[in-house]
Design a protein around this ligand. Structure first.
Ligand SMILES: [Zn+2]
Length: 151
């Protein structure tokens, strides 16, 4: 299929498209890194319009609760977890957290640079996987710390 425009991804994130179109976009998102990038931009845009939570703990708990739900769905590769609106919020929140830790930011920047270099023979792992893995690894670390702090 043709690539999806940024405007369309914004609608997708905001749940402003019908289910049939959504399914097509879901499928496309799995296979197209280019559109994934646009989708992530749309999510970032959404994130900047999210209500600001005054209590940082509430925010953390909210994210943790949602993330553990998404994680349960992850083993099944084709599960359409993009369909959940809350997933967009998780991505947005996770991205924000990621970018606040400069080390991870640098490694993603480095990775993005590597992807853009056409001379690489080996095809790199998909950007989604990379971001998801980094995000969940980070959140796992955070969860463990949190649990230990609550002992
Ligand atoms: Zn595409």
């Amino acid at each position: 299929m043709n690539h999806v425009s940024y405007e369309e991804w914004v609608k997708y994130v905001n749940n402003e498209i019908n289910d049939n179109v959504r399914e097509v976009y879901d499928d496309h998102l799995y296979s197209c890194d280019q559109c994934l990038e646009l989708y992530l931009q749309a999510v970032t845009e959404l994130e900047s319009s999210l209500p600001v939570l005054s209590n940082a703990d509430d925010f953390t708990n909210l994210v943790m609760a949602d993330v553990s739900q998404v994680k349960k769905k992850l083993p099944e590769k084709q599960a359409p977890f993009y369909q959940r609106t809350s997933f967009h919020y998780i991505v947005a929140a996770a991205m924000t957290l990621l970018f606040m830790t400069s080390g991870v930011f640098q490694s993603i920047t480095k990775y993005a640079g590597a992807v853009e270099t056409p001379s690489i023979d080996e095809s790199p792992p998909s950007m989604t996987e990379e971001i998801m893995n980094k995000t969940f690894a980070w959140i796992d670390t955070f969860e463990i710390k949190n649990r230990e702090a609550n002992k």
